[in-house]
Design a protein around this ligand. Structure first.
Ligand SMILES: [Zn+2]
Length: 258
């Protein structure tokens, strides 16, 4: 979802090649399925955003060998940037949200150092830069649904969004893949969607799941905005965790103001 919105966002200024690198990771086939679906959806519309994604096979076994149990793939963003540079790109964009700016492969140092290194190795100016560094996922979805810069109807935008995937561990139900509703990616996605008035089906209720409880435990460590977004999502979904989350954030606020 993030990369698709990022592609539209950048494409409103200049043509951008969407590159998908097959890493051989667990949820690769669901991502490819989603991309093909979106490509098909957009090909039927008279839009000035013809989405045609390129695929790279060069990193095919990396994710299979090194993907960790939490779906993290070490150095992934660096490898993706190298692969884009190998294909001649000099302006490389990687989605990175406000809350991710402390992660080692998404912080300012990473973007600066990888730009310097690739410029040196490829002997030309190469820049790796973050997209959406000031926004969170709710802001991104909100931009995509509301912006006047896209010649797509509201329903077309919703169709594109819901065709994307985020889940780290999709489950198969009736021979169809469904998002699990119990992984961090599902939770973050569901929060952004419901804060923008959209819901979808998960294999289990994502707002009552174990992962929702885990986020509740971590809530105090998040920015005030992220806390509010999470609490709002729990409220809108009718989650039984809402009151607990609200109390937690209010307690923290009154503690801080003392
Ligand atoms: Zn999931």
């Amino acid at each position: 979802m993030d990369s698709i919105i990022g592609w539209f966002y950048l494409s409103t200024n200049n043509p951008v090649v969407p590159l998908y690198a097959r890493l051989g990771h667990r949820y690769q086939s669901q991502e490819l399925e989603a991309l093909e679906h979106i490509q098909h959806l957009l090909s039927l519309l008279p839009t000035r955003f013809p989405f045609k994604f390129e695929q790279s096979m060069a990193l095919g076994a990396y994710g299979k060998n090194y993907e960790q149990s939490d779906a993290n793939i070490p150095a992934r963003n660096l490898l993706l940037a190298v692969e884009a540079a190998n294909r001649g790109a000099t302006e490389i964009a990687i989605v990175c949200q406000a809350d991710e700016r402390t992660l080692p492969d998404r912080n300012e140092m990473f973007f600066k150092r990888s730009s310097d290194l690739l410029s040196q190795l490829y002997e030309k100016h190469v820049r790796v830069s973050p997209v959406f560094q000031e926004w969170d996922k709710t802001d991104m979805v909100n931009w995509f649904l509301d912006t006047h810069d896209l010649d797509l109807s509201y329903q077309d935008r919703v169709n594109v969004l819901l065709a994307t995937t985020a889940c780290y561990q999709p489950v198969e139900i009736d021979k169809k893949h469904q998002q699990c509703g119990n992984c961090p990616a599902c939770f973050r996605r569901a929060v952004a969607l419901i804060n923008n008035g959209l819901t979808e089906t998960y294999a289990q209720n994502v707002f009552e799941s174990d992962v929702a409880r885990e986020y509740l435990d971590k809530l105090g460590r998040y920015s005030v905005l992220r806390q509010k977004r999470t609490v709002m999502a729990l409220y809108k979904s009718g989650s039984s965790l809402y009151k607990q989350a609200l109390k937690l954030t209010q307690d923290q606020r009154s503690l801080e103001s003392r």
